[in-house]
Design a protein around this ligand. Structure first.
Ligand code: FAQ
Length: 311
């Protein structure tokens, strides 16, 4: 019978039909979706920390309002994604527990520090830019709740990307010190942004199966190339230099060739040894512990309401 169900499932995938929570699915399909969607959710939540660091120090009210809205959107994306993940039969408490005890991953990019205001520009421009390139294909992913979540998330990410690029543009057109600050942020965020899109296709253990299931619609290297091709002209437009001496337009392929990435650095960060890994997890655990009384109060209130209904 399982063979039959699997054949029907494969056919539905081949026909680009969405798989919904109550549909039969192979256990590995379910598990791999829990892995990717929960890591994605954790990334959104941990991703609030580097930018949250600058909300109180934004240089104007307008900048503060925009940054605050962006960070709130990230909270929304995280909650949306946790809900999508829960439809696969895992509890939110278990997911949080996996983040807090270090068994679940979140994006490497959020383990780098935000040391100047220009980092807010670089994150919006590069990190959200890379996130859009990764997530637009996911609007066509095979699992319905994930695909639908991505539609709204991508709309908001595109506002985030513009918000960041506009900060960079203002700095790049500002005083020499401001331009230098923008260039410095680009220098520090460029390579980690390329790494964020995941290991090379040759080193990526999940890509092949995830492409078959139409969870992933493009490979890590395809997305990385697309990101470079899109971003280089944007840097040129605002007079900043991509920190890659090997970067060169290739007339034959009509794409940019770029230099090698430092994969040792990437794996170090993924394994927990990046500049801010400990700080990020400590901040999340702290928020969870300090929020306990709020959760307890909400649960007690909900129980009382239930009791009243029964009376
Ligand atoms: N960091 O075989 P693959 C955002 C792990 S956007 C850490 O290639 P896969 C918005 C990978 O999990 C950021 N770990 O894996 C925002 C696997 O380990 P595992 C989040 C990484 O899944 C912007 C192993 O390496 N976006 O938050 C990374 O096929 C600004 C082997 O890798 C998403 O999560 C990494 N960069 O491809 C928020 C998008 N890359 O699980 C705030 C959805 C790989 O076996 C501010 N996810 N690993 O222990 C995906 O598209 C995929 O999961 C990839 C990785 C492409 C990230």
């Amino acid at each position: 019978e399982i063979k039959n169900l699997e054949a029907i499932f494969d056919l539905r995938i081949a026909n680009d039909e969405k798989i919904e929570p109550k549909d039969w699915m192979p256990e590995k399909y379910r598990q791999t979706h829990i892995r990717q969607i929960s890591q994605h959710a954790h990334s959104e939540i941990v991703g609030m920390l580097p930018e949250g660091n600058w909300i109180t120090r934004a240089p104007s009210l307008r900048r503060k309002v925009a940054l605050l809205a962006k960070v709130q959107d990230e909270a929304g994306h995280g909650l949306y994604l946790y809900s999508a993940c829960e439809t696969l039969g895992v509890s939110r408490d278990d997911l949080y527990e996996q983040l807090h005890n270090g068994t679940a991953k979140y994006s490497s990019i959020f383990n780098y520090p935000t040391i100047t205001w220009a980092d807010m520009g670089a994150i919006g421009w590069l990190v959200d830019g890379a996130a859009i390139i990764n997530q637009v294909p996911l609007t066509a992913t095979s699992y319905g709740p994930y695909a639908r979540a991505m539609v709204r998330v991508c709309k908001e990410e595109s506002f985030h990307q513009r918000q960041g690029f506009e900060i960079m543009m203002a700095l790049a057109n500002g005083t020499p010190e401001q331009k230098e600050m923008a260039q410095d942020a680009l220098n520090r965020w460029w390579w980690p942004s390329l790494m964020m899109l995941g290991p090379t296709d040759a080193a990526s253990v999940h890509t092949e199966q995830s492409m078959k299931w139409k969870l992933k619609r493009k490979t890590n290297d395809e997305l990385r190339q697309q990101f470079v091709d899109q971003t280089v002209p944007q840097a040129e437009l605002i007079g900043l230099t991509i920190p890659d001496p090997d970067l060169k337009w290739n007339e034959e392929t009509k794409r940019y060739d770029f230099g090698p990435l430092d994969w040792d650095e990437f794996w170090q960060v993924v394994k927990g040894h990046g500049p801010c890994n400990k700080q990020r997890i400590a901040a999340r655990k702290n928020a969870w512990d300090n929020g306990k009384w709020v959760r307890d109060a909400a649960m007690a209130y909900a129980e009382k309401q239930e009791e009243k209904k029964l009376e």
